[in-house]
Every structure is written in structure tokens, then in C-alpha cells.
Design a protein around this ligand. Structure first.
Ligand SMILES: [Zn+2]
Length: 454
């Protein structure tokens, strides 16, 4: 579909039908994105006060710590309340949302996350929140020349029920998207998608990096590329991005790969500029990286977000379970939006070693490189890790033995590393691919502090 037709006859009218004042919100986001650091900080303080006021009116007991004060609510006092507010785990937020119920007196939507930690999460979002999330997205995509209504090739999961799939198809049609299901990577499916792409002629790709890299890798192996498509960029989201995936996709498409960091709960949190730095979307996100409960700069910690636009149940100091760094240095691109980094893996995904250490799961990504086109590692016992590898063309048993030795050097000589070669690695129900799982933690619901049988 033509871009302007999609924008003018479908996408904008849909926003207004949904009572989302998208034009005004987009102007507001653009103003924040172009503002100075001082002005961004001022804007965020004003918004944070608004969010605290909203939370104080919610019936949910989860916000009780914000209701304590009844004296003069100065900006200072409100920001103080916010900084004393305990960081919220997904479990705590689930209870808060359940107690808050469906927002009354305003339009809202039911949303659900796929629950990569094993627990799905359902909640309501009011239209001010959802519309503002879209405004943030439109403004960020424009950095790479992508306009509202531009045709999108989507590399994503596909609902597995016929009704779900039908709804997805209608949504895709209304949003000018063509979907490639993460669940069918067969040669036939790839071939048919390759042909559809050339008919549909998307302006950008959007989806899981692993899925796009797999698709592009197959094409390159056959000596084919996607360079004749009118692409502006490829946007990857939802998974940790490996440098080799970025390279593969850029080689096949001839356009820049742009990394997006976000979640269903609050939308886009970080987005890469043309200098490949991940900027915090400060118009809608107040980002804190907490280490031992205290905000830190230029140090690794746990990522927490507070959404700045909502009229119902705000996500405040919400823990995403990801680790990252909030950087103090400005980006050479000239934007004053702070730069952040997301570190690989979720904080629950540590490898436990027989001598009682927790090793960051990125160890696998760093070790298993050459000859490995994809892998999944599962720790089944403190001294056993099973790794399924989809071998690349230059894989050899010697290389496999070397990987075992290297991993044992980091994790302990008594750890059994069992490698098996497989054709495919199954995705999560959402279509995401996770490369490490601690099956010991999954059984107990937490990472055991001591080694030994959980
Ligand atoms: Zn930048």
C-alpha cells in the first residue's frame, strides 16, 4: 500500500477514532528529543509529578508509599516520594495492576506480555499511554527516514490459534505490514516470503534479530540479497543483538541495522541513532539503573523504568529484569537524550558454578562464535550444561572440543559440557529465541544462593 494512503486514510484516523491525539503528542515528543539536557530534566520532573498524582488516585494498595504525605505537595516533596518508592518487580506490579482493575471513565486496551521469564503478565493500558508510546515510536523511526504508514516487513511470532492468526492478519493489513512467521523457517516458507517481499516492497524490516539474521543468512548462502528493495533501515527488537547478526543483515539488505530496546508494558525505552548509540526515549521514559537499590551512572546495574504518560495504573520504578548502563557521556550525533547500554541476558540468567560463583550468561555468546550459526545452552545441574548447536559450514568436532575446554576454564573443570548438534532450535511461544536457560532456577523459581542440589 502507498505510504501516504496508509498514513492519511488508515493510521491517523485510527488513532483519532481511538481518542489518541497523535498529532499533538508527536509534536511534544519531537520537542523533547530536540531539547537540551536541562530542558529534558525539567520536562521529566513535571511529568514525574503528574505520574505520582495519578498513582495517588489509584485504588491499588501498591501505591500506598506514594500516598503517605498529605502536607503541601511541592515538586520537591513529590520527587522525594518517588525516590523512596520501592523498585517494583514484575510480581509486585502484577498485584498492583490486578488491584487497580480496569481504568474507569476512560478508553483502555487489554495487553499481555509473552512472559519470557515464564510468567505471562496481563494489564490494561489507557489510550493516552498507548498513543504516547506510538508517538515516541514515530519520532524515533523518523531518525532513519521511516515515515508513519511506510510499509513494514515484520519478522515476528504468529498467533497459533486460527482466530488469533486472523486478527493478526487484519491488524497487519490496517498497519501496512507483511508478516513472516517466526515459527516457519522452512525453505518453502522462506522462498514464498522472498517473493512476497519483492511484491510488497517494504520501506523497513522490523522484528527479532535472530529471525532476520537467519533469513538473510540463507539468502546470502544462495548468493542472493535484498538490495533491490527500497529499504531505509532494519529495526531489530526483543532479543539481545549479536554483532554478527547485525553484520549479516546489513550485508544482505545494504541498509543500516537499528537496535530498539523496549517492552509491551511501556513501549520503546531505547532507540539507536545513526551513530549506533542507544538513546533513552526521555519523552516517555524516566530510566534508572539501580545497583544495590541506588541509581548509578556509567556502572552496570538493573534497568528500571517509570513511564511518564498514563492516566490509569502507572508503571513506576518497574524492573525489567535486564541489566544495563546509563551513560553520562553525550553522543556525537548531537542529541541530548541520554545514551544507555543493554547488557546481554536477563539478571535471572546466571550460570551457577560448582565453586558457588554466578557467571553471566553472555559467556556463551562470547565463546561460541565460529562454526556456530545458533545455539541454546541449558544448565540442568550445577555441574552439567547441555548445549544444542546448529552448526555452521565451518563447524568441526575439534572446534566443539575447544569450546568445551574454554567453557570449562571459565565455569570449572568438573562441569560437564554436553554438546549436541541439531537442525533447528525451537523458539519460545512468543517467537523469541533465548540462548540460555537456567533449568535449576526454573524449578525452584529462584537462583539458589549455594551450589548443590536446589
Ligand atoms: Zn546519538
Amino acid at each position: 500500500m502507498n505510504r501516504r494512503l496508509a498514513e492519511q486514510t488508515l493510521i491517523y484516523p485510527l488513532h483519532y477514532l481511538r481518542q489518541e491525539r497523535i498529532g499533538a503528542w508527536l509534536s511534544e515528543v519531537r520537542a523533547v528529543n530536540g531539547a537540551s539536557r536541562a530542558d529534558i530534566a525539567r520536562y521529566q520532573r513535571t511529568r514525574l509529578c503528574e505520574v505520582v498524582r495519578t498513582a495517588r488516585h489509584s485504588p491499588s494498595p501498591g501505591y500506598a508509599p506514594l500516598r503517605g504525605a498529605t502536607d503541601q505537595l511541592t515538586e520537591e516533596r513529590i520527587i522525594g516520594l518517588l525516590h523512596d518508592f520501592p523498585p517494583q518487580s514484575k510480581e509486585a506490579m502484577r498485584a498492583t495492576v490486578a488491584a487497580g482493575g480496569r481504568p474507569r471513565g476512560m478508553a483502555s486496551d487489554y495487553r499481555s506480555t509473552s512472559g519470557s521469564t515464564g510468567l505471562p503478565f496481563q494489564f490494561y493500558k489507557d489510550r493516552y499511554a498507548t498513543g504516547f508510546m506510538d508517538a515516541v515510536l514515530y519520532a524515533a523511526y523518523a531518525w532513519h527516514g521511516i515515515a508513519v504508514g511506510d510499509p513494514q516487513a515484520r519478522f515476528w511470532g504468529m498467533p497459533l490459534t486460527p482466530r488469533g492468526a486472523a486478527v493478526a492478519r487484519i491488524k497487519d493489513l490496517l498497519k501496512n505490514r507483511l508478516r513472516f512467521s517466526a515459527f516457519d523457517l522452512s525453505e518453502g516458507a522462506r522462498e514464498s516470503y522472498y517473493r512476497s517481499l519483492h511484491r510488497f516492497r517494504p520501506a523497513y524490516f522490523y522484528g527479532y534479530p535472530s529471525l532476520m539474521a537467519t533469513f538473510c543468512g540463507h539468502l546470502l548462502e544462495q548468493g542472493r540479497t535484498l538490495r533491490s528493495l527500497p529499504l531505509k533501515a532494519v529495526i531489530g527488537t526483543g532479543e539481545y543483538l549479536y554483532p554478527q547478526e547485525r553484520k549479516l543483515v546489513e550485508e544482505a539488505t545494504g541498509v543500516p541495522f537499528v537496535n530498539e530496546y523496549g517492552c509491551t508494558e511501556v513501549g520503546i525505552i531505547g532507540f539507536e541513532c545513526p551513530r549506533q548509540n542507544l538513546h533513552v526515549m526521555s519523552a516517555n521514559i524516566y530510566l534508572e539503573v539501580l545497583k544495590d537499590g541506588r541509581p548509578v551512572l556509567d556502572e552496570a546495574g538493573d534497568i528500571h523504568v517509570t513511564e511518564l504518560h498514563t492516566r490509569s495504573t502507572p508503571f513506576i520504578r518497574y524492573s525489567l529484569g535486564d541489566r544495563g548502563i546509563l551513560c553520562s557521556a553525550p553522543c556525537p550525533c548531537g542529541s541530548s537524550l541520554p545514551v544507555m547500554q543493554v547488557l546481554s541476558g536477563r539478571k535471572d540468567d546466571y550460570v551457577l558454578t560448582p565453586d558457588g560463583r554466578k557467571v553471566y550468561d553472555a559467556i556463551f555468546a562470547y565463546t561460541l562464535k565460529r562454526g556456530v550459526s545458533r545455539f541454546r545452552a541449558v544448565q540442568t545441574a550445577v555441574d552439567r550444561i547441555e548445549i544444542a548447536i546448529v552448526p555452521g559450514t565451518d563447524y568441526s568436532p575439534e572446534l566443539g572440543s575447544r569450546y568445551v575446554r574454554e567453557l570449562q576454564r571459565h565455569l570449572g573443570a568438573t562441569v560437564t559440557i554436553a554438546i549436541s548438534l541439531v537442525d533447528t532450535i525451537e523458539r519460545e511461544p512468543s517467537g523469541k529465541l533465548r540462548y540460555f536457560r537456567n533449568a535449576m532456577a526454573a524449578r525452584t523459581g529462584r537462583i539458589p544462593e549455594e551450589h548443590g542440589q536446589p
